[in-house]
Design a protein around this ligand. Sequence first.
Ligand code: IMP
Length: 199
Amino acid sequence: MKIVFATNNQNKLREIREILGDQFDVVSLKDIGCDVDIPETGNTLEENAHQKAEYIYDHYGLDCFADDTGLEVDALDGAPGVHSARYAEGTDHNSEANMAKLLNELGNNKNRKARFRTVIALIQREGDNVRCSREYRFEGIVEGHIATEKHGNEGFGYDPIFVPEGYDKSFAELGEEIKNTISHRARAVAKLADHLKDE
Ligand code: IMP
C-alpha cells in the first residue's frame, strides 16, 4: 500500500519504514515531487500535523500522514513543546543550540521530568471521490527526564539529553533499535499501523 509521509527528514523516514515493514510503500515529499516548505503555523502539535497532511491531500490527492513532535518539560511549563524545532532564537532545527538552551533554562532544577509527544494526522480517501476523505489522529508518548549533560552520538534532535523512563541512558546512547521499540514516534506509528492493517 502506497502512502505519503509528509516529511523529508531521512531519520524519521528510516524509523517509520523500519516500524511499518514491507507491506507499506512509504514515500516522502521529495518522492512525490513536492519541494514546498509546508506551513506549520499551528499552536499545537495536533494543528501542525493536520496542516501538513491536509496540504498534501488537497494538492496531490494522495493518502497521507504527517507527524509533529514536541519535547515537553514540566519545570518549563511544557516548553519547548510545539516550538521544539526552533527553541533557540533565530535558529531552525539546530539541535546543538536547542539542547544548549534547554540545559541552560533548566539549570540545576531538580525536577527534570519530561516527555516526547508525537501526534500523527492521517488523511485517507473514502471511496472513489477525492473530495470524500476522513482524518484520523494517533498519539504516542514516552515519559522520561532531561539529563544534566549530553550523552551518546546516535539519533538526532534532543536524543543526547533525553533519558526514557526505566533506563539510565539517553536515547542517543541506547541507539535506534531500542529507541524504535519505546519511542513516542514508535508508539504513535504502532497505532497508525494497527489502523492501516485493519483496513
Ligand atoms: P518535528 O517538528 O516533529 O520535526 O520535531 C520538532 C523538534 O523535535 C525537532 O527539533 C526535532 O529535532 C525534535 N525531535 C523530533 N523527534 C525527535 C526524536 O525522536 N528525538 C529527539 N528529538 C526529536
